[in-house]
Design a protein around this ligand. Structure first.
Ligand SMILES: [Zn+2]
Length: 248
């Protein structure tokens, strides 16, 4: 699995086993900054299987259509979304990727909390968004109202989470939907301040949305410097203590 640094020429080929030993964000061996680009095609078989299961549930009427795009099929949207969540998990909480996979397989609803605070060490959950666009006009981090809510998009539908945006395909200068770059993050305040209502046209049968252009997002290195959650500091303390005892 290839992980590429956007700040220096470093490129690593890492095994999932090596990743699982890492806590918190992946940093570049070359320059120490956060790694932002990862190829998850090693997991394409698993992703395809999840997409197949979801589609068969939809065909049996147990799952509604996402209707989030007029150009993309539901299967493509599911594949893009899963690849993006997986990439974000591998970059921000690599040790938890197996746990994330089990939750994805169980179809657990995780709006506003794709990655949990105790996985990333952050004080809030991380919500992952994805787009195939990245130019002057296109490539938005979009938030739609939760299911079963009426009417227009409202500020209270924005979760108190860190939102990250991943680009894939042509938006990442690539032909692969499994090659992804995390272009930045924002939070609820950032979305309210720099975001706009319906930055993309609302299609037939679609809900309204709130969105922020990728160019207004903040760099990942800044998120890594946020204060860690109390929970992760306790874990860190206990782990260091155990290691010290083992090293004696
Ligand atoms: Zn680097």
């Amino acid at each position: 699995m290839f992980v590429t640094c956007s700040h220096c020429p470093q490129q690593d080929d890492v095994s999932p086993t090596k990743l699982s030993a890492l806590r918190r964000f992946r940093a570049c061996d070359g320059c120490g900054r956060c790694l932002t680009r990862i190829d998850v095609s090693d997991f394409s078989g698993w992703i395809d299987e999840q997409v197949r299961i979801k589609r068969s549930l939809q065909e049996r009427g147990w799952l509604g259509s996402r209707k989030q795009s007029v150009k993309q099929s539901d299967a493509d949207i599911d594949r893009d979304g899963l690849a993006a969540e997986l990439a974000a998990c591998l970059l921000l909480a690599p040790a938890w990727v197996t746990k994330w996979q089990r939750l994805a397989e169980a179809g657990v609803s995780n709006r506003g909390r794709d990655l949990l605070p105790r996985w990333t060490g952050l004080d809030k959950p991380v919500e992952v968004k994805q787009t195939r666009y990245r130019d002057d006009r296109r490539g938005f981090l979009l938030v739609r109202p939760p299911r079963w809510t009426p009417g227009e998009m409202k500020p209270e539908y924005l979760d108190d989470a860190y939102y990250v945006l991943l680009h894939s395909g042509s938006g990442n200068g690539s032909t692969s939907v499994y090659d992804l770059t995390l272009s930045g993050w924002t939070d609820r305040d950032g979305l309210l301040h720099d975001g706009v209502r319906n930055p993309v046209p609302v299609g037939n049968g679609q809900r309204e949305c709130w969105g922020i252009h990728w160019s207004k997002l903040r760099p990942l290195d800044e998120l890594a410097q946020r204060p860690a959650s109390v929970w992760s500091r306790v874990i860190e303390f206990l782990t260091t203590k155990t290691q010290r005892r083992e090293n004696r």
